[in-house]
Design a protein around this ligand. Structure first.
Ligand code: FUC
Length: 752
């Protein structure tokens, strides 16, 4: 291809380019049949609304969500199920009931569009579904290869069955949830040529060249300030205004692409392809299970996690919930809420290292709100003199389920504020938003800790989610699921408190604030119990050495210090790292989706890429869409993570785990420089590839290429002008880079 043609192609919007013969295996999910189940349908999202495309030939279904459609309140026992919003149903008169031979359905992650195409009687029909944040709309374009051949009926429905109003070119419904939250949705049809007429409960489009559907959905939820959740704006007028102001499809698409690609385009990963990579996505999962290598499937999962976070978490909106924001059930598992003992945190592990820092923002707003609600609580179980305490499961309002007080949860959430600073160096954020949490929660824990049996400081009522060792009448100790007995000195609490103190000390140093406070935190941290190695060489999960080597519980809370924490390090604390390995081996490679995702990161932190990749392969085991609530973790046909049931934490966690295999930056030197560790856990199955645009703490962009398992190129760009140490294998290099300058290493010897 000559350069002029290449330049022209690059300038064209992706949607206008001809589909390649084989879809890009690292960026496209594709299928040769319509979805017959929601877990086969394909998601689009704009960080407010989400929609799932089924792709039927005679009948199309688009199920949609809006992330604030939440009943419940800010009270204890205030959590209720996040609601599905509605559906769009299309019918195509005269379309065949069977799937045409050239049927193709895809989700293109580069251009953030779900598409369907097929031919009937010599006419090729195309549909493209997108979600635009600039327009705050979901839009679908239907077109045909011959003029006047786009004909269909469209209906809109509310899941709660409120009446739909039919106007000349639009459909509308409105309702209220049990908590008074008002909501509305509106759909407008714009046909090119042809006609749009009312059909009673819908609209009929006939003989058009093309048609565009614009869907708006909104509620009167207003997230901030705490407990005042009504925005006062009528959702009916909001959605009517949005569909009326909808730009032409090409314009909407250009603005959506620009908005989306600014984020998505920052990172690219290439792990190579194999013969299996060219199969449809569901068949790739099956081939992977049959041990056909397909590294590009890992790349696709990595990219999908980033796509899904961009689709469900944008500034000013709600954070990604247990299913991101995609849900079609009235009673989704665990309320489709925010669980703080792993799940909501895991949703955000990928945000900073994969350059989606902006997508982290909704979590900070949600935490601030939760903190405000909990500080004002009348619930005696979580009243504390300073700081605040979270329950295990919480909603958008700051309410909780009443199960179970999660004492170190606020400290775990506060580490996200620290991480945002560690990656971005945003000093105003550190001072105004991060430090107040870190300081108050450190004060809380300095008050709460008590001397344990050997004088070391312990939590008086710890927990290792969500089980505990219970003594039987015959003296045997068995692990009890859901046990909530207070466990003084439980490792999970100890490690999170250590992490809180470490982050607080780092923040104090960066801000140069209050040396007396800093010294108190430092002295308290030095006197904390643990981590300790037990009788079979494991990291002890509880203060007593009662761990069962056959316990394969999904939570691996006693390894928090290995990941996401940084207390246990393969380099700095090799004995503890060896014990962590013993614990991990005992827990096994299986478990729920999120449990497996966590284990990828653990093994990566232990620098065992082959083992990390084995766990990742398990996460890619196919789970049938229909068996949604049983079995073990894996991936559904649309690559949504299976707990089972569907939870999106494993998608986000898998992406974060893959990052840890390729780049780490949690360790620091004595002088506080971050260690940028290149390819710390590269598995043998990814011999050749590249990872570009990943972020390291201290404000660095890292590009890497490797060949036959060897680093052949690394480029490090400094955004903040901080010093660091670059490491690869046994080689290290002291990095002194001015702000906005780069260094290139062309071999693994790390000589620039
Ligand atoms: C925690 C986990 C469960 C589930 C729920 C949403 O309670 O123990 O496995 O993921 O969160």
């Amino acid at each position: 291809m000559n350069l002029r043609r290449l330049a022209l192609l690059l300038l064209l919007p992706v949607s206008l380019q001809a589909s390649p013969a084989t879809p890009d295996p690292a960026n496209v999910l594709w299928y040769d049949a319509p979805a017959s189940h929601w877990l086969e349908a394909l998601p689009v999202g704009n960080g407010r609304m989400g929609a799932m495309l089924f792709g039927g030939v005679a009948k199309e279904r688009i199920q949609f969500n809006e992330q604030t459609l939440v009943p419940g309140s800010s009270q204890t026992k205030g959590v209720e199920h996040y609601q599905p919003f509605g559906n769009i149903a299309l019918e195509f008169p005269g379309a065949p009931e069977t799937t045409p031979a050239d049927y193709h359905r895809e989700l293109d992650l580069r251009s953030a569009a779900a598409r369907v195409s097929y031919s009937v009687d010599g006419v090729t029909h195309r549909r493209e579904l997108v979600a635009s944040l600039p327009a705050n709309l979901v839009a679908m374009r239907l077109s045909a290869s011959k003029p006047g051949r786009v004909s269909f009926t469209v209906r809109l429905s509310d899941v709660r069955k409120n009446a739909v109003t039919v106007a000349s070119d639009s459909l509308f419904f409105a309702g209220k949830l049990t908590n008074g939250l008002a909501y509305a949705a509106a759909l407008r049809v714009v046909a090119e040529k042809g006609s749009v007429t009312r059909t009673g409960d819908g609209l009929a489009i006939q003989g058009a060249d093309a048609a565009t559907l614009y869907l708006a959905a909104a509620t009167d939820f207003a997230p901030i300030p705490a407990q005042k959740f009504r925005g006062g704006v009528s959702p009916a007028s909001v959605v009517s205004g949005r569909i009326a102001a909808a730009p032409a499809y090409a314009e909407l698409r250009a603005a959506q692409l620009a908005d989306y690609q600014t984020l998505y385009g920052r990172v690219s990963l290439d792990l190579g392809t194999t013969a299996s990579s060219s199969l449809p996505t569901d068949k790739r999962l099956a081939a992977k299970k049959a041990r056909q290598p397909d590294p590009a499937l890992a790349t696709l999962l990595f990219n999908y996690g980033r796509y899904l976070l961009i689709g469900s978490s944008r500034p000013g909106g709600q954070p990604a919930n247990l299913q991101g924001l995609w849900n079609d059930e009235l009673y989704p598992a665990w309320f489709c809420a925010y669980t703080t003992n792993i799940n909501v945190e895991m949703n955000y592990w990928l945000a900073e290292p994969t350059a989606l820092s902006e997508c982290h923002q909704p979590l900070f707003d949600w935490i601030d709100n939760l903190a405000e609600v909990q500080k004002a609580t009348t619930d005696l179980r979580i009243q504390v003199p300073i700081g605040w305490v979270a329950y295990s499961t919480n909603n958008q309002y700051g309410g909780n389920t009443g199960w179970a007080v999660h004492m170190p949860g606020s400290a775990w959430l506060a580490r996200h504020f620290w991480e945002h600073y560690a990656f971005t160096g945003d000093r105003a954020f550190l001072e105004k938003r991060a430090f107040p949490h870190l300081r108050d929660l450190s004060e809380l824990w300095m008050k709460r800790l008590v001397p344990g049996p050997d004088g070391k400081l312990i939590t008086p009522d710890g927990w290792s989610p969500e089980h505990g060792p219970v003594k039987q009448p015959d003296g045997r100790i068995v692990m009890k699921e859901g046990d909530r007995t207070p466990r003084p000195g439980a490792s999970y609490d100890q490690q999170i408190v250590h992490d809180l103190f470490t982050n607080t000390l780092s923040a104090s140093d960066a801000l140069g604030s209050d040396p007396a406070f800093r010294d108190r935190v430092s002295a308290t941290r030095a006197n904390l119990l643990g981590p300790r190695i037990g009788r079979w060489g494991q990291i002890m999960e509880w203060m007593e050495d009662v761990d069962d080597p056959n316990n394969q519980h999904r939570h691996v809370s006693h390894l928090f210090a290995l990941y996401p924490g940084r207390q246990i390090s393969a380099d700095r604390t090799p004995e503890l790292a060896a014990a962590a390995k013993v614990s991990l081996q005992a827990r096994g490679n299986g478990g729920t989706g999120w449990s497996r995702a966590w284990k990828i990161a653990f093994w990566a932190r232990l620098h065992d890429g082959d083992q990390a990749e084995r766990v990742l392969a398990g996460l890619l085991e196919p789970i049938p869409a229909s068996g949604a609530r049983s079995g073990r973790g894996g991936s559904y046909p649309n690559l949504f993570g299976a707990h089972p049931p569907f939870q999106m934490d494993s998608n986000f966690g898998a992406t974060a785990g893959i990052v840890e295999m390729l780049l780490q930056s949690h360790d620091q030197t004595e002088s506080g420089d971050y260690v940028i560790h290149l390819l710390p856990a590269l598995p043998k199955t990814w011999p050749t590839g590249s990872a570009k645009g990943l972020r390291a703490r201290g404000g660095f962009i890292v590009d890497q290429e490797w060949n036959e398992g060897r680093l052949v190129f690394a480029k490090i760009t400094s955004l903040l002008g901080r010093t660091a140490v670059v490491r690869h294998g046994a080689q290290t290099h002291a990095l002194v880079l001015a702000k906005d300058s780069s260094v290139v290493f062309s071999s693994e010897s790390l000589r620039p």
